[in-house]
Design a protein around this ligand. Structure first.
Ligand SMILES: Nc1nc2c(ncn2[C@@H]2O[C@H](COP(=O)(O)OP(=O)(O)OP(=O)(O)O)[C@@H](O)[C@H]2O)c(=O)[nH]1
Ligand SMILES: [Mg+2]
Length: 519
């Protein structure tokens, strides 16, 4: 028996970005040729795309690891690296993408819908691209970033207007085959159908899709007989048709009990409320009963027997035979009517798309947090740019490390570190992967540490004091001087004379702190 697959875990890895190149132009009689290292190519991404031709996730069950190619390195003479090609994985419409923890990342409904599972790393800039007025010949290049790596769960929830539900072998697949051009597998053993078969039905001017859900058995809502997997497919269908086998010879089964069993299962199943079309409880959707196999005489008798009772319960009942095609016409017109009503009630029964979470962290922002570690406090810097820049840095190259420091300072990371209370020598961790630094502020002199970057207390003109203030200061100095002198004389009289007392107060002390070579 083929394995039942409409839920798979996919491991996707984006391609790495190629490294930038460090190179200097060489030409005869041109000694200073300038930098000409090319950029690395970007890595390819792994992308899911809805493809109407694809109906199952079976491929990903067989090959769950998918990765895109890396970009190549830049080369001298301004040759840029080649980008890695994206890997586009076709998935059926109705594929729900979840993170490993179950959170819904995307709901892919309708052709052309895409979702980037793992983006490729950016290529690093070569030294030509890093050259600027200030830095004419960079002796370094940026590293390519590693590609993103992500595990996701793909789940197929079929998208159709009508879902056919019922016991195994009730004739659901036969009905799809009889009403549409679809040719599903039909056999007289239970669970022939493992993934839904989709067919397009035309009734007059109406067109709608019908899906046969794999057979349901008692306990399906608790997971018996893969029931939960099967029930999932009904979530998005607007109309439900109960296909009931009137010719079954199994003991303890008759149309009425069969219906009750299935209804109980549908009632017990609580669908996801966060996907497209999953908002109405299953049993509140329009339903119709198809009593099947009336080409068998006993079945026709039974159908006629139970029909009034079902109608009494409020159901619309159609007697059909997928073998003789009896009743199929009236069934498809009845369905067309229900589908039209459902579409009118909810203008978009299947919303084109619901990507429920926008992509990752904002690029501009970063945070600096002081944390207590086992060996003393450290400062954690998180944010798209700082983390990316660290990944791009070749730490064996001092110039590259200096460039990183400049970039971080320009972004304001140093200011924030100062504000958070960091001092030189403190441990700074950038990114969740934890690249650890002993922080050395780019300028190490005193005043800069006391004031934010770009402001230097030494540059601040001291305020010119008012005449009164100056006079007061003068008097203060004079008072101090005479007091000191008096003290000196009294000390002399007592016969104590010390060198230090000889210089009581330095009158010439400037108002500003002395420039004692702090630079
Ligand atoms: N006589 C008769 N046999 C039918 C009719 N419809 C289906 N069958 C038979 O019933 C058996 C089961 O049919 P399927 O269409 O595979 O049933 P199913 O409901 O899709 O079954 P699962 O996929 O196992 O859930 C097959 O042997 C069919 O030939 C009918 O109208 N009359
Ligand atoms: Mg079937």
């Amino acid at each position: 028996m083929a394995s039942f697959v409409d839920r798979v875990t996919l491991h996707a890895v984006g391609g790495d970005g190629g490294n930038g190149c460090v190179s200097v132009h060489r030409e005869k009689f041109k000694p200073l040729g300038g930098p000409d290292g090319g950029n690395g190519g970007d890595g390819g991404a792994v992308i899911l795309a809805v493809d109407p031709q694809v109906t199952t996730l079976l491929d990903y069950h067989h090959r769950p690891h998918r990765s895109a190619r890396s970009g190549t390195q830049g080369k001298g003479d301004l040759r840029h690296g080649k980008g890695g090609d994206d890997v586009v994985l076709p998935v059926p419409s109705g594929t729900v993408v979840r993170a490993a923890d179950g959170e819904i990342l995307a709901d892919l409904v309708g052709p052309g819908e895409t979702f980037v599972v793992a983006s490729g790393g950016r290529g690093g800039l070569g030294n030509a691209a890093l050259a600027s007025q200030r830095r004419k010949a960079p002796g370094f290049a940026l590293l390519g970033e590693p590609g993103e790596e992500r595990d996701i769960v793909l789940e197929l929830k079929s998208v159709a207007d009508v879902a056919l539900v019922g016991y195994p072998s009730a004739g659901k697949s036969s009905l799809v085959a009889a009403m549409s051009a679809a040719r599903p597998k039909i056999a007289d053993y239970p669970f022939t159908t493992l993934t839904p078969n989709l067919g397009v039905v035309e009734a007059g001017s109406e067109r709608f899709t019908v899906a046969d859900v794999p057979g349901l058995i008692p306990g399906a809502s608790e997971g018996r007989g893969l029931g939960l997997e099967f029930l999932r497919h009904i979530e998005r269908c607007a109309v439900i048709v109960h296909v009931i086998d009137c010719a079954t010879l199994e003991p303890r089964r008759d149309p009425l009990t069969d219906l009750d069993v299935i209804l109980a299962e549908l009632a017990a199943y609580a669908p996801d409320l966060d996907i497209a079309g999953g908002r109405t409880p299953l049993l509140e959707r329009p339903q119709l009963i198809a009593l099947n196999k009336i080409d068998v005489p006993e079945a026709r008798e039974l159908a006629e027997l139970v029909r009034p009772e079902l109608e009494e319960r409020g159901y619309r009942v159609v007697e059909i035979s997928t073998a003789s095609h009896e009743g199929l016409r009236s069934l498809s017109f009845a369905l067309a009517e229900l589908v039209t009503q459902a579409r009118a009630a909810e203008p978009t029964p299947v919303p084109a798309r619901a990507v429920l979470r926008p992509r990752a962290i904002g690029e501009r922002d970063f945070t600096v947090t002081r944390r207590g570690g086992s060996d003393g406090p450290y400062y954690e810097v998180l944010g798209g740019k700082p983390e990316r820049w660290v990944r791009q840095t070749d730490f064996t190259n001092d110039e590259a490390v200096g460039y990183l420091a400049d970039r971080l300072a320009r972004l304001g990371v140093e200011d924030e570190l100062l504000k958070a209370g960091a001092i030189a020598g403190d441990t700074v961790v950038i990114g969740t992967d934890g690249v650890v630094f002993d922080w050395e502020p780019t300028m190490m002199t005193g005043p800069e540490l006391l004031a934010p970057r770009g402001t230097d207390v030494r540059m601040d003109e001291p305020r010119r004091r008012s005449r009164r203030e100056r006079r007061e200061a003068f008097h203060e100095r004079m008072d101090a001087k005479s007091a000191a002198r008096e003290e000196l004389w009294t000390d002399r009289e007592r016969g104590v004379w010390t060198d230090s007392a000889a210089e009581p107060v330095d009158e010439t002390a400037p108002a500003d702190p002395p420039d004692d070579g702090a630079r």
